[in-house]
Ligand binder design. Structure first.
Ligand SMILES: [Zn+2]
Length: 69
């Protein structure tokens, strides 16, 4: 069964609610708080990535596996 890549959503607020959307990735709604330092957060349920608007580049760089030691 194919695995969809985690979805990235650009948001305007630090506080976002995620319920995984409809379908297989659906999960109980949780509130996520985006840290100012990183500018993004990943949902622990469905791996959706929420990126604060204006931090798209930072999030991409931080997500680079090569930078995680
Ligand atoms: Zn989620």
């Amino acid at each position: 069964m194919p695995i969809d890549p985690p979805e990235t959503k650009i948001v305007d607020t630090h506080k976002v609610a995620c319920d995984g959307g409809e379908g297989a990735l659906g999960h109980p709604r949780v509130w996520l708080h985006i840290p100012e330092e990183t500018g993004f957060i990943e949902c622990g349920y469905c791996d959706a990535k929420y990126v604060l608007r204006g931090h798209e580049k930072l999030a991409e760089e931080t997500d680079n596996p090569g930078l995680k030691a």
